[in-house]
Design a protein around this ligand. Structure first.
Ligand code: EPZ
Length: 427
């Protein structure tokens, strides 16, 4: 079984470049379905989830040329199917991002119901409700969602009950060719939504308001392929900034917009971390102890749930106690039990994690609960006493390109290795 092993206590400092955003690239890839021809995406992260989305597109007839590990040429001229099978949706919930594009191109789609995942049920009821307002009819057969718009998609006003990222994206893409204008109210405002709207507008769409709570899409008749650079990954950047905050020595992260981590950097300053914001980069370091501060995860521009785990690792070593409230997912505190094996003192009460800071972590065997929790455990290993062995690292490979190599380039004593005779099921 492949694991990541870290020997704690080594100096970690230097510079790291982050990749394009996973949570944008996957949707940009799906959007190419609506622009028959060759769209080139650059700054694409070389991660497992991108490879799965590539399989989803090939499965419906797209051809993908890997120009290099960060550049894809996606030819959707001959896309001739509108079905995304269960085995691909089961691998990656984000496969549901093809729902809007397939409806736009074919007026129908068959997408396997996304199962739950480690962090929650993650239904798509808001996607369905919003699409029904645009004239889409749904039925569920044998675990597949059958969507069709027999009379075409018609623009409407949709108010989301929650600022869902995925629902906002699917509705935006499904509205591009709709008759008339669509207004999405209470839309998600994440930078990845803006990146998707930018791509669609470059392709010929007429979308305004992305990044605000009200997005307006005026229907057009067609889109044309383009070349587009994926926005920098603010969560990968935040993860490496959390590493610098944890270890204390200066760490500079390049390739993202510090504005996309606004509240995170403000919270980190409250935690006693020094932050120097640059153009496309940011440096953090720490001279004194980590200080406790309460965290509540919220839709952008609130504190991102995807930075909750990394910040829990920091707060577990703060001088004092605090409360982390997870408002986005119903089960995103699984890191706590693994960190407790390393000596953390965290108790969970519903959506709240009560964190009492301890003096240090002790290295041991731990298991990644999910993508961000896995990264947070590796972080903890950097400052733990002794060796920390992190298993289930396929979670980390889904969203971080070269995570071990980047940490090693900062001076971490870290490696991927095989644990003989141990199967993941045994853990
Ligand atoms: C996206 O997931 C991201 N994934 C997540 O990143 C991120 O945590 C999340 O947005 C919130 O920012 C991708 O972009 C691929 P939501 P998504 O729709 O679109 C519930 C990571 O670590 N909900 O905003 O699924 C849902 O169950 C991943 O990179 C419904 O109940 O997020 C969740 O509890 C993790 N019904 C909450 O809303 C719906 O129809 C937020 O979901 C839609 C969502």
């Amino acid at each position: 079984m492949e694991v990541i092993q870290i020997e704690g206590g080594h100096r970690v400092t230097g510079e790291v470049n982050v990749e394009g955003a996973k949570n944008s690239a996957l949707k940009l890839m799906a959007a190419t379905i609506m622009a028959p021809g060759v769209t080139t995406l650059t700054n694409v992260p070389n991660i497992a989830d991108v490879h799965v989305m590539g399989k989803v597109l090939k499965n419906i007839g797209a051809r993908i040329e890997v120009v290099n590990e960060h550049e894809l040429r996606i030819d959707t001229s001959d896309v001739d199917s509108w079905e995304t099978p269960y085995h691909l949706v089961a691998q990656m919930r984000a496969s549901t991002a093809v729902l809007g594009p397939l409806l736009s191109r074919f007026g129908r789609a068959i997408v396997a119901m996304p199962g739950g995942c480690n962090i929650g049920a993650r239904s798509i009821d808001m996607h369905i409700l919003g699409l029904e307002a645009l004239g889409v009819e749904f039925s569920v057969k044998h675990g597949n969602i059958h969507a069709s718009a027999p009379h075409g998609l018609v623009g409407n006003t949709v108010t989301l009950s929650f600022a869902s990222v995925g629902a906002t994206e699917n509705l935006m893409m499904a509205s591009v060719f709709a008759k008339g204008t669509t207004t999405i109210d209470n839309a998600a405002r994440e930078p990845e939504i803006v990146d998707l709207a930018n791509l669609l507008n470059e392709m010929g769409a007429k979308i305004s308001g992305a990044g605000s709570p009200v997005i307006e899409i005026e229907g057009v008749s067609e889109l044309h392929p383009v070349t587009h650079r994926v926005v920098g990954d603010r969560i990968e950047a935040g993860t490496f900034l959390a590493v610098g905050a944890l270890t204390g020595e200066p760490v500079t992260v390049r390739g993202f917009a510090p504005l996309h981590l606004g509240i995170v950097l403000k919270k980190y300053e409250q935690m006693g971390i020094s932050v120097e914001r640059g153009t496309g980069c940011c440096t953090v370091w720490r001279e004194g102890p980590l200080l406790p501060t309460d965290i509540q995860t919220l839709p952008f521009p609130g504190f991102p749930t995807d930075m909750q785990a990394q910040t829990m690792t920091l707060l577990a070593l703060a001088k004092g106690s605090c409360v982390i409230t997870e408002n986005i997912f119903e089960n995103r505190f699984m890191l706590a039990s693994e960190l407790s094996r390393m000596g953390a003192d965290i108790s969970i009460e519903g959506h709240h994690a009560i964190v009492h800071g301890v003096d240090g972590f002790s290295g041991t065997q731990v298991k990644s609960p999910d993508l961000r929790g896995g990264a947070a455990l590796v972080m903890a290993g950097l400052v733990a006493d002794g060796i920390t062995t992190v298993s289930a690292i396929h979670h980390i490979d889904r969203g971080y390109e070269g995570f071990v190599e980047k940490l090693a380039s900062l001076g971490a004593r870290i490696r991927r290795t095989e644990l003989p005779d141990v199967d993941e099921e045994d853990l």
